[in-house]
Design a protein around this ligand. Structure first.
Ligand SMILES: NC(=O)c1ccc[n+]([C@@H]2O[C@H](COP(=O)([O-])OP(=O)(O)OC[C@H]3O[C@@H](n4cnc5c(N)ncnc54)[C@H](O)[C@@H]3O)[C@@H](O)[C@H]2O)c1
Ligand SMILES: [Zn+2]
Length: 350
């Protein structure tokens, strides 16, 4: 059974559809004549022909984060203009987070905004990048620096596409799934604890649950103004520090977030907010998933310094999202650096 999740943004509300082998039915959701599919060569080869929309045009952007750039956006704008694509046209983003962010940025800006449909094909894009309306490209100085908030008309998730996704990319998405469990839903963690292999049907449910958690959080704080969206940053403060210190090479995003979630849980135990048994549960799930639980060759002080450089640090206060139990987190900006250093020293930096 397909699952449908309504995302509430007033007159801009839309659905997230989660199902299996549903790419062939996407055509029935399209309004208007002009359709442009943006994808990468691999995803297009695997799934492009499954989306059967007569007359649809295609733009293929090479794979990789380095192509999430203004140059790629310009390439797409140029093609849209040369094909005389008009304002009632629809862009379909078919791919991982790179394609989703880039195609969404183009949809948001071409003629001040045309229709956008996300068809995410990585686990990370299905539970995270395609949900929430953040679009963007990278700037040489900073990731995701140029962008807009822009909601799609539909997010269309076919979990069958995950069958071809490399293990490494699955793990990347699993880190975010664990994150959703800790911040909002202990059932997710229990489900992961009780199943060493996830059958397709369970995975589909899990993806729908995570997508709806993110949708609920962002619909209360669309532009990240009220702080509600901050909970999605669980594991990301230390995670971003590790990513930047290792030059975005040593650790994938999910791996860095996995270590970051453990760091946050250790800090929470030290601040007497979290039962050590819950830290152990989180640690076990992360290890069982094959994600790292510690880092080598980085000192606690280096990580703390990098945390202080994070763009979300205001007035020298580090905002931390800390678990108080599995399924609930709180925001704290009053944790003493000494506690952070101790936590990193004892558990994270080997
Ligand atoms: N907008 C947001 O809210 C948000 C949130 C999280 C991440 N992001 C962005 O997402 C990007 C990362 O996304 P990602 O992890 O999906 O990486 P990605 O888009 O680079 O995809 C990873 C690789 O998987 C391949 N691939 C995609 N689908 C496949 C499939 N079904 N089978 C086989 N191979 C497949 C792609 O060709 C690519 O090489 C980053 O740029 C990040 O900034 C955005
Ligand atoms: Zn993340």
């Amino acid at each position: 059974m397909d699952r449908k999740i309504r995302v509430n943004f007033g007159e801009r509300s839309y659905d997230i559809v989660v199902g299996r082998n549903i790419l062939g039915k996407l055509a029935s959701y399209i309004k208007g004549k002009q359709v442009v599919i943006v994808s990468d060569p691999l995803v297009n080869k695997l799934y492009g022909s499954k989306i059967n929309i007569p007359g649809a045009k295609k733009i293929i952007i090479p794979r990789g984060e380095k192509n999430k750039s203004l140059r790629s956006a310009e390439k797409i704008w140029n093609k849209l203009a040369s094909w005389k694509i008009s304002r009632d046209a629809t862009i379909i983003a078919l791919g991982g987070g790179v394609i989703c962010d880039l195609a969404a940025f183009v949809a948001a800006t071409y003629m001040r905004g045309i229709n956008l449909i996300h068809v995410p094909t990585t686990l990370l894009a299905q539970v995270d990048a395609s949900i929430g309306g953040k679009t963007g490209v990278d700037h040489p100085k900073c990731k995701n620096m140029i962008g807009t908030f822009y909601q799609p008309k539909l997010v269309y998730i076919d979990t069958e596409t995950l069958k071809t996704l490399p293990k490494k990319e699955i793990k990347n998405g699993m880190a975010e799934i664990i994150k959703y469990g800790v911040i909002r839903d202990h059932h997710i963690i229990e489900l992961l604890e009780n199943n060493s292999k996830l059958p397709q049907s369970l995975l589909q449910e899990l993806i729908a649950d995570c997508a709806s958690i993110k949708a609920a959080v962002v619909s209360r704080d669309e532009r990240e103004l009220k702080g509600e969206r901050m909970v999605l940053n669980f594991g990301h403060t230390v995670g971003h520090a590790i990513e930047s210190l290792t030059g975005y090479k040593g650790f994938s995003h999910g791996e860095a977030v996995a270590v970051g979630m453990i760091a946050a849980a250790v800090i929470a135990v030290k601040a007497r907010m979290l039962d050590p048994d819950d830290l152990e549960r989180l640690w076990n799930i992360i290890a069982k998933t094959g994600l790292p639980t510690y880092v080598k060759k980085l000192s606690p002080q280096k990580i703390l310094n990098a945390m202080l450089l994070d763009k979300k640090v205001r007035a020298g206060k580090i905002n931390l999202v800390l678990p108080e139990r599995i399924g609930s987190v709180v925001l704290r900006d009053d944790i003493k650096p000494k506690i952070i250093l101790e936590a990193l020293g004892e558990f994270i930096c080997k």
